[in-house]
Design a binder for this molecule. Structure first.
Ligand code: NDP
Length: 445
């Protein structure tokens, strides 16, 4: 039976210029067919129709003045997708490619990811087409203040709690938090990813990358394998990539490649993370600088070549649709045994088919990168009780959450006839809790 295919078609027709959003919805609804068959009451209550429509979408003008005194205008977004299980929660992305389709796909996925964490957080996403590259600290500050001036009207510690994403790290969260506090005169946990001196959580910076490796380690353990002595390729060189590399190295792997949107570095002797942190986190330079410090390494222009490097484990941690069918085929023919999606929707549908058909271990983004938002929820808890846990306490909670997500995901896959398909498992397990809450809360939303 194809109970949900007409809904997929309806979403495509209703959101015609939103390819990323269409892609995310199609993938989700395909996994949910067996759930729809078992739950006619959810069909009757319109759960599937309602879950693909954001509760609220806010689009706003962000004007700011650059260092030359010139007025710039960007577009800001906040899509509050689903609040059935808790206040809206999800990151803010600053990148010139940002548009409504991208923010909607991210908000939609966030809803189910947040549900998988087991913590009470709804789904949202936001951002702007502002390009932070090449901007001075003062320009970043003025942009963030202008962005928050509007955003502050729509968020709150019990309403909607944004965090970082591409282009938004500690610096940007600091500027936004300062502005929120100035406007509202309240010191609350309205943003996560804050600095440690004003309410941030230890281990939040590391959480998405570390959590990704904890999840992948669970997948490997199920086949009596581990990170030890494995060759690992990681795309990106931002927050998720750097801390993913750090944990993979701690678990005994050799990380040989990292990238940015211009190209990738290959260091077969093993990437030196101290150098990468200096280049990316301190100097905010391009990854190509790495070869100046380590002349035996090589820099290659272009992003997709990174997937032709022979590796055991591939961890895409840059952006959506960065692995296409031919990159996926290259990974498989080079003997890759596991892929863990650190970025959101980094594999195209064709690439996912290659991974699933070849029966390698495939960890989907919703599950694999959920450690970031889970630790953000732990930051919210610490803010609420006005207390801070130690790094070890937070890291241990993160480990337990990632292991629980792995169990939920693989059990749901088994129960609904998709044994071994963690993509379907994550979609189903994430959906069921949200659907159950929406059903209980009634229809008039
Ligand atoms: P950062 O901004 O810290 O780093 C992003 C990295 O990806 C940079 O190296 C960047 O290169 C590269 N990149 C960005 N856009 C593109 C593009 N269009 N093509 C090629 N490379 C690109 O972001 P994060 O590390 O925080 O986020 C990375 C991914 O992880 C995203 O998909 C994000 O949604 C996801 N994620 C992040 C979480 C978090 O806690 N931070 C939580 C869950 C998911 P360049 O500098 O050249 O732009």
């Amino acid at each position: 039976m194809n109970l949900l295919s007409s809904l997929t078609q309806h979403v495509i027709e209703k959101n015609p210029n939103e390819p990323e959003f269409q892609q995310a919805v199609k993938e989700m609804l395909e996994s949910l067919e067996p759930v729809a068959e078992l739950h006619p009451e959810w069909i009757d209550a319109g759960i599937f129709d309602r879950i693909v429509e954001p509760e609220r979408q806010i689009i706003f003008r962000v004007s700011w003045i650059d260092d030359n005194g010139v007025v710039n205008v960007n577009r800001g977004f906040r899509v509050q997708f689903n609040s059935a299980i808790g206040p809206y929660k999800g990151g803010l992305r600053l990148h010139p490619s940002v548009n409504l389709s991208i923010i909607k796909f991210l908000g939609f996925e966030q809803t189910f990811k947040n549900s998988l964490t087991g913590l009470p957080i709804g789904g949202a996403k936001g951002g702007s087409d502002f390009n932070p590259k090449g901007k001075s600290d003062r320009e970043i500050m003025r942009f963030c203040q202008s962005f928050m001036t509007e955003l502050s009207k729509h968020i709150g510690a019990d309403t909607d709690v944004p965090a970082g994403d591409i282009g938004v790290g500690g610096r940007e969260i600091g500027f936004m938090y300062g502005q929120y506090k100035r406007l509202r005169n309240e010191f609350t946990g309205v943003l996560t990813g804050k600095g440690l001196s004003y309410g941030g959580s230890l281990a939040r910076t590391e959480a998405t990358g570390y959590g990704m490796c904890y999840f992948v380690e669970e997948m490997l353990k199920a086949t009596e394998n581990s990170f030890k002595d494995k060759t690992v390729v990681i795309s990106g060189s931002g927050n998720v990539a750097i801390y993913g590399a750090e944990k993979a190295i701690q678990l005994g792997a050799n990380v040989v490649a990292l990238s940015d949107s211009d190209g990738y570095i290959y260091d077969p002797a093993g990437i030196k993370l101290d150098t990468v942190k200096k280049i990316k986190e301190v100097n905010r330079q391009r990854i190509s600088e790495y070869v100046k410090y380590h002349p035996t390494s090589k820099y290659h222009k272009g992003c997709s070549g990174i997937w032709t490097i022979k590796c055991d484990i591939a961890l895409p941690c840059a952006t959506q649709n960065e692995i296409n069918e031919s990159s996926a085929n290259a990974l498989i023919s080079n003997g890759c045994i596991a892929v863990g999606e650190g970025a959101n929707m980094p594999s195209t549908p064709e690439a996912i088919n290659v991974f699933l058909k070849s029966k390698i271990l495939f960890g989907p983004a919703k599950a694999v990168n959920a450690g970031g938002v889970a630790t953000s929820a732990l930051e919210m808890s610490q803010n609420s009780i006005r207390y801070s846990w130690t790094f070890e306490e937070v890291d241990n909670k993160l480990k337990a959450i990632m292991s629980d997500i792995y169990m939920k995901t693989s059990n749901a896959a088994k129960e609904y006839g998709f044994e071994g398909n963690l993509l379907a498992g994550a979609n189903i397990a994430g959906f069921i809790k949200v659907a159950d809450a929406m059903y209980s809360e009634g229809i008039a939303y």
